[in-house]
Ligand binder design. Structure first.
Ligand SMILES: Cc1cc2nc3c(=O)[nH]c(=O)nc-3n(C[C@H](O)[C@H](O)[C@H](O)COP(=O)(O)O)c2cc1C
Length: 177
């Protein structure tokens, strides 16, 4: 059985945690986890590609963008799922938000599953400039702008449902041969 490849792009660890939790949910399949920042991904011999990438300053992390740019042709032929991690996603129901829609459009992707999932807010961890940017984002979206809060917004049941969707799709693919 070919493995599912879970590729992640993370700076502060939440997209990585989400990728690891997804791997646990998908444990009936062989799964390989790969950090796009430090490892090169061998996508050819995999059953499916799942990309988990966080948003910073309005865009997904550069290693994720580079991956989509460099592998556009192969990705068009393979089952692809994407989870986009951001703070603005805390307001949504998991369906693709503006960041994810833009990513899909720009790289002409056709994922069979696409999730916008909330990440974490960790003011004490941010430097001065980042803190001001996040305070602005939170103020604009009605969240805490105190510069002190530390909150995990990730909706884990939403991730479990995403994993179920992936499993169902792959089972169907497998059954179709
Ligand atoms: C410097 C910085 C910029 C960010 N920019 C955005 C943004 O533009 N929009 C948004 O919704 N969330 C933004 N976030 C929130 C992150 O997407 C969120 O904290 C996520 O959990 C980070 O994932 P990571 O821990 O995998 O890096 C930003 C966070 C930081 C630290």
């Amino acid at each position: 059985m070919k493995p599912i490849l879970i590729l992640y792009a993370s700076r502060d660890g939440q997209a990585e945690r989400i990728a690891q939790t997804l791997a646990i949910h998908l444990n009936t399949w062989p799964v390989q986890l790969c950090d796009l920042k430090t490892q090169s991904a061998q996508i050819i011999s995999s059953a499916a590609i799942i990309v988990v990438a966080s948003v910073r300053y309005g865009r997904h992390l550069p290693e994720a963008l580079q991956f989509f740019k460099q592998n556009a042709e192969q990705l068009a032929q393979m089952p692809l799922a994407i989870a986009s991690v951001s703070l603005s996603a805390r307001k949504g129901d998991g369906s693709p938000n503006g960041y994810l829609k833009k990513l899909i459009h720009q790289h002409q992707l056709s994922p069979f599953a696409a999730l916008s999932i909330a990440g974490t807010l960790n003011y004490p961890h941010y430097g001065w400039l980042d803190k001001q940017v996040i305070r602005l984002i939170m103020r604009m979206t009605g969240g805490p702008s105190d510069g002190l809060s530390c909150i995990e917004y990730t909706n884990w049941p939403q991730l479990a449902a995403f994993a179920q969707k992936i499993t169902a799709h792959l089972r169907q693919d497998h059954a179709d041969g």
